[in-house]
Design a protein around this ligand. Structure first.
Ligand SMILES: *Cc1c(COP(=O)(O)O)cnc(C)c1O
Length: 422
């Protein structure tokens, strides 16, 4: 610490406005309940790597094949991150350069397809992701997308539908993985269908990556040729993406990421990914991932006991979709009521939703962030009751204020970081 810029208080002195905003966001995170399933709280070690001088370095290219000098240290950083990613997931190849999950998916499209080619992905309004072929996204604009959904009877992915569509449309790849699907995804089934039509099976485990790494959710690695992910959801790393693949796809993927799509890799984030991968290898991470699912099951059971319906009847993961129609409130209103008592979540469509996406009949809840704070199943039972009370008392300002106090008390018992973030 011999560099003046490294003093923590320097931001406070040089830019009090930004400093103050960070302080306010720190308080918001500290005194509310974060139940957006794609969010989490990274460790201080991850934060430190992200806030390091590695952000200063340009390193276009691959380790030892760069377009800039001075890369000898960052080469080691990237090698370490790749080696850890491969070992954590048991994969043959890793590219840790994608800036985000969306960028990782875009690279796979770029690597495997020409514009106009046919792909299959899950419908956005049934749990899929924008980048799996939504018409408003690059994936839906430049490629011919055939979308599969879930069955109306049980809200599960239907092998017959996936196979029939694949046989009829002959996609170049089939992407599975979701942002609002709580059950196990049958990766072997997707590979089987892909093989039958000569397609590549791609799995996007952005949501499940931490659970997969810990062995508490099925891994696509033995089945799918290419896997994309984020690092910042259940995996609890920095905001970013990465790609795993069988060796035969290495060249095409590397070329698609750079020079196909990106410029210089974010070496500070790659260092933070390496830190997160190492954290995920520790026995404590398995305990954490196991607790995420136990908490999700307890929350889902609690909500069911209060008369809420959960899409597909429960969860096998960190996420659940609550169908709010039984409570006679739509997703948008429910999100706003929960926000008033300090519970952050997002409205979501449910399968076969009669409401438009900006309203939605459901809310999506997740337990990764609360589990990081150390909360357990008894807190989940309390939260289910708080949510029921909030919905029932939505017209009663005084009651909502007292529920807000309860949320604040609960969050106080599980401090987020025992130091201020900067
Ligand atoms: C979150 C998510 C992404 C996108 O990740 P970003 O880092 O926000 O771009 C991609 N795919 C799935 C399935 C996701 O859940």
């Amino acid at each position: 610490m011999h560099c003046k810029l490294q003093r923590r208080e320097s931001l406070k002195e040089s830019d009090p406005e930004v400093f103050d905003l960070i302080q306010r966001e720190t308080s918001r995170q500290e005194y509310g309940l974060e139940m957006i399933p794609s969010e989490n709280f990274v460790s201080e070690a991850v934060l430190e790597a992200m806030g390091s001088v590695l952000t200063n370095k340009y390193a276009e290219g691959q380790p030892r094949r760069r377009y800039y000098g001075g890369c000898e240290v960052v080469d080691e950083v990237e090698d370490l991150a790749k080696a850890r990613a491969k070992s954590l997931f048991g994969a043959e190849f890793a590219n840790v350069q994608p800036h985000s999950g969306a960028a990782a998916n875009q690279a796979v499209f770029e690597a495997l397809l020409n514009p106009g080619d046919t792909v299959m992905g899950m419908r956005l309004d049934m749990g899929g992701h924008l980048t799996h072929g939504s018409p408003v996204n690059f994936s839906g604009k430049y490629y011919n997308v055939v979308a599969y959904g879930v069955r109306e009877s049980d809200h599960l992915i239907d092998e017959t539908e996936v196979r029939d569509l694949a046989l009829k449309h002959r996609p170049k790849f089939i992407i599975c993985g979701a942002t609002a699907y709580s059950r196990h995804i049958d990766f072997a089934m997707f590979r089987r269908v892909a093989d039958e039509v000569g397609a590549v099976a791609v799995a996007d485990i952005a949501h499940y990556a931490g659970l997969v790494a810990a062995g508490v959710y099925p891994s696509p690695v033995p089945h799918c040729q290419i896997i994309t992910s984020t690092a910042h959801k259940t995996l609890r790393g920095p905001r970013s993406g990465f790609i795993l693949a069988q060796e035969g796809y290495a060249r095409a993927i590397n070329k698609a990421v750079f020079p196909g799509l990106q410029g210089g890799p974010h070496m500070h984030t790659i260092a933070a990914k390496a830190v997160a991968f190492k954290e995920a290898m520790q026995p404590a991470f398995k305990t954490y991932a196991t607790a995420i699912i136990e908490n999700a099951r307890a929350l889902s059971a609690g909500l069911i006991s209060h008369g809420f319906n959960i899409v597909s009847g429960g969860t096998d993961s960190h996420v659940m979709l609550v169908d709010m129609r039984a409570a006679e409130i739509n997703g948008k209103e429910a999100e706003a009521v929960f926000d008033r008592i300090g519970i952050t979540c997002n409205k979501n469509t449910i399968p076969f939703d009669p409401q438009p996406p900006l309203v939605g009949s459901g809310v999506r809840l997740g337990t990764p962030a609360l589990t990081t704070r150390g909360m357990g199943t008894s807190e989940m039972t309390t939260i289910a009751r708080l949510m029921k009370d909030a919905v029932q008392s939505r017209g009663d300002d005084a009651k909502l204020r007292s529920l807000r106090e309860e949320v604040r008390e609960l969050s106080r018992r599980f401090p987020l970081y025992d130091y201020r973030l900067i």
